[in-house]
Ligand binder design. Sequence first.
Ligand code: SF4
Length: 236
Amino acid sequence: MIDNKKQIKDWIKEFEDKTPGEILSFFFSEFGEEAILATGLGAEGQVLTDLAAKTNQPFRIFTIDPGRLFPESYKLIERTNQRYNISITVYFPETEAVEHYIQHHGVNGFYNSVESRKACCRARKVNTLMRVLSTAKVWICGLRSDQSVTRTNMQLIEWDERHNLIKVNPLIYWSEKDVWDYIHQNNVPYNPLHDKGYPTIGCQPCTRPIRDGESIRSGRWWWESPNHKECGLHRD
Ligand code: SF4
């Protein structure tokens, strides 16, 4: 059995000066089908998809449809598939879990309390993610450390205790400007809502555009305090 923590420490050292594309390339060739790229269809996910396609290696990519996405997000799936000649696997929540949530909390019960909101995210997203990740050894995603107060301690490569796998965040050191410079320079397809004041885009009822001076995560679950603003995909 490999010593995961030591291996991860060595990788962090080894990949410190490598580009995100080189990091992706390594994990695709080393882990094949057992490395899985997660995209939430946001700006970072689109950058990673572009970088992954440019490795010219086969790779697994997925997104989760919690059932409440913006129409623009569905169109982006199609545009991205066409652009890169890929097929993003779309995973859905278990029907019974969503039905149970709606029965007990109401169809928009997430506005009522943090607990109710987290229960919705759990039923629609977190449990779905767990099901997907149980088929992988490496989970690659587009987290950046300056996205929110809940993400400042994240590492380039981490051991994810909860899902029992290696988590790789190739864009962890990138700024928002780095992401958008990359998108424009490489003509990466992106969600048109970004041009209408939405820096991050999740489910339609839980995402709003932000005002000048607000942090980029303030458009998500805006009725809650910043310390609660995770859906549970990356932190409890
Ligand atoms: S973001 Fe909102 S609608 Fe989507 S799963 Fe979470 S609470 Fe439910």
